[in-house]
Design a protein around this ligand. Sequence first.
Ligand code: ADP
Ligand code: MG
Length: 610
Amino acid sequence: MARIHILSENIANKIAAGEVIERPLSVVKELVENSLDAGASRISVDIRDGGTSSITVSDNGCGIEVEDAALAFSRHATSKIYKVEDLFQISTLGFRGEALPSIASVAKVTMLTRVPNSDKGVKLIIEGGKIIEEVPVGCQPGTKVTVQDLFYNTPARKKHLKSPNSEAGLISDLISRLALSRPNVSFKLTSQGRVLLETPGNDKLIDTIAAVNGLQVAKKMIPVEGQTSGIHISGYVSKPELSRATRLHQTVIVNGRYVKSRLVSDALQEAYHTLLSSKRHPVAVLVIELAPGMVDVNVHPAKMEIRISKEKELSKLITSTVQNALRTPKIVPLVEQTLNNQKTRTELKTETASKKNNEQTKFNFQMPRINKAPSILKNTVTNVNENKEIKLKNNDQYKEHDIKNYQDKDLLESNQEVKEENKNYTHKFPDLLPLGQLLPTYILAQGQEGLYIIDQHAAHERVLYEKYIKQRGTQKNSQMLLVPVVLELSYQENLVLTENIISFRELGFILEHFGGNTYMLRGVPADFPQGDEVEFFYEILETNTSNFYDILAAKLACRSAIKAGQKLTIDEMENLIMQMSELDNPYTCPHGRPTMINLSFEELTKRFKR
Ligand code: ADP
Ligand code: MG
């Protein structure tokens, strides 16, 4: 065996680069995090060929003193921590002092930097980890780092890169998340000179969401806010009508750091239980602030993972806060015309790109204008019925959309209202007056916000479902069958039934074991339609999950609810609406489909071109 010796700094850096710098994305992450740590309010990132040819990150941050600049490229050189205790109170994104030397060992790096109160800056050129040039220069205050020919001296790494387009995609996703984590910083990402993303940096998260995900998404987000001791959460979550097939559209920020967290994502999913089908996921940006001692960020240099103590409290807080925020009539889907003048995200991006020289118009995305409500509605009170007065909106409330510099006033205002509502922990079901039935299955009702169309089956399904959930463990409401039904089960079905017999009993089924795989069904829940028993059992016994009671309650609600095609009297409609108004979640059926939609007066005005 060879003699033991200490590795040269250059080799050590290359080894560290193996961990820290995996692809262009990692370079961008490290450089942008440095800019954020430097207190920058503007950061631009320019990439060529997915970052493989070049990556430039420039910021208007604090810069580096001329005499420190070279040191920044030494291993374990950092200005962010001094002593061991600092490791447990980290408030910066970086702290290892590894990024710059690692990058410089696998690419050609140029850095220009100047501290704002000095009139000279410095330029450094580093190749293969060695400083080959260090000269004083005049430059903008702040720091600009250019990384060229990534992995030029480590061909094995280079071979594992994806196509430039995929690398650019990864980078764009990362910048989006970093931008969401710092709404007070304006980010700009260009690829081959084309603007891919630009955020206003006006410290408004909703405007950043609009810039990143498009205005249509931003309009469907509702604000959330909640706290318990040592934990504060805020942010935006999507109305159930906006969902995605994956969780990729959720961004979690913990103490200013974008992280990946299964825990948070699961807690969020839980809050949408019965508002979304289990295969759909909400869009969300959740900003979590934890007392510094509660989080350990020193887990892995490249993985976006952290350790959190009090996980249970956090998870509970997220679920309850989001659940609460979703209890609002604001989640009733609106019937909306897709206007020709509504621009797509791509169009907006191209537009931004073409206006890149004009600071003023940069964020001026035009919203479709909503016309004023007809004057006949002004301050009127319509007496539709002796006891029911439907107050129509005052004309002043139809404010014109005045959107300058990204500010969708209407959006912000309505979000503000929801915020107020959340604070009071109340949700007000709209005052609805049934007008009639649109066969086979819809109830038409008048409300303050226009016409509501209620799906009678879905609505009743929700009424029954919540009843079953709430009555659990209390009185059972069964009806005895005139002739008991014999259930002959397979081995597997018998197993499921035995395991979950309590759930069946709690819901009002009266079952008797008849020996072997045979059961006698003597009674069913009060609302259960007779004759459907056997089919119902075979269907439900195909499922075996840990939340069996819940699934059974939903199935039972579906079976027992008013069917499509069933004629209702006005009284019955009124009764159903009254029951809906008392629900926790009146706006979706237990499977996440809407129970009602709203055709607003504004929309009607628009459609009739008044
Ligand atoms: P770390 O971020 O872990 O401290 P880095 O290798 O990324 O390590 O950076 C080393 C040091 O260089 C930082 O601690 C900081 O003082 C300085 N630095 C790097 N980038 C910038 C920047 N954009 N603006 C100001 N200072 C910077
Ligand atoms: Mg760093």
